[in-house]
Design a protein around this ligand. Sequence first.
Ligand SMILES: Nc1ncnc2c1ncn2[C@@H]1O[C@H](COP(=O)(O)OP(=O)(O)OP(=O)(O)O)[C@@H](O)[C@H]1O
Ligand SMILES: [Mg+2]
Length: 329
Amino acid sequence: MGVPQDAARRSFAMHAGGSSNGKAVQEDPAGEPDLLPAEAVVDLAAARREAGIDAVLGSLDTDLVGLEPVKTRISEIAALLLVDRVRARFGITAQQPTLHMCFTGNPGTGKTTVALRMAELLHGLGYLRRGHLVSVTRDDLVGQYVGHTAPKTKEVIKRAMGGVLFIDEAYYLYKVENERDYGGEAIEILLQVMENNRDDLVVILAGYADRMDEFFAANPGMQSRIAHHITFPDYTVGELEQIGELMTTTLGYRFSPQAREVFREYLDKRVGQPWFANARSVRNAVERARLRQARRLLEQPDPRVDLAALTTIEADDLLASRVFGTPNP
Ligand SMILES: Nc1ncnc2c1ncn2[C@@H]1O[C@H](COP(=O)(O)OP(=O)(O)OP(=O)(O)O)[C@@H](O)[C@H]1O
Ligand SMILES: [Mg+2]
């Protein structure tokens, strides 16, 4: 982001005044929060800009293809927090809303990426002190022996304080078939922290929808602490194509017109094949095309290259893929 988050937050704190958790309270010399009189009028558009919401939502929109329901929910959350802040300027101090979330979707649908953006946004809004993301799986939280789990889980929570704790494939924390499993201990500690430290830590659980449902059924305490269930749909081929274009452009490449056609065929085939992982498969395809392009350039009889050659992915760079049945990609 262009504007440092801290600057955005400070300026927001200056303009928006009070906060229910005392993090962004502007005090007058007497030490009292500087409240607005009841007849005051606040410009929400200005408050939005100052909190950096427009910048984060704008880049979310341009950097991420599709995901409309996800984008809508995020802007709703941003609106809620902003309105909360403005209410606090008038002295209405409600409890901070709970923001623990669950992201369900297949691999490569953007869950980790959106969690990072969410951390940024919540930091910009002054909800999170640091706005970093700590991404973990079961192995980071659960120990192998008696007494190992609590310190492990607490250490992770400590690292995540002030930011987002992202627990990927959260259902692995809980193993129904195994009584001696220590996952339950980690869940207990998490539940406490999610309740007691919710103004300083946002927990995002992520995973496949059906497995998450089972997990919640077995852990109702967890279910009741999650305020937002956000579904990440699979991308359409058209969206995958746009994601590929976006990725190549960002990397400083472009598809030749023929390559663009081949890329579409590639995606048509790839979505039906094993281990398809949405945007992650697109990223991998683009990376392999880069490798083949580089090899092609080095192997061509005339060793001289121009900018166009260096930046163009040709049809052959994609056609060599295993997806088209080529034995040695
Ligand atoms: N909507 C999108 N637009 C552009 N790029 C995207 C989009 N969604 C995902 N990506 C890119 O695809 C890759 C995979 O995304 P990400 O890691 O966020 O998915 P994920 O749902 O966390 O996957 P997994 O379940 O495998 O962890 C990243 O490089 C990300 O930048
Ligand atoms: Mg991920």
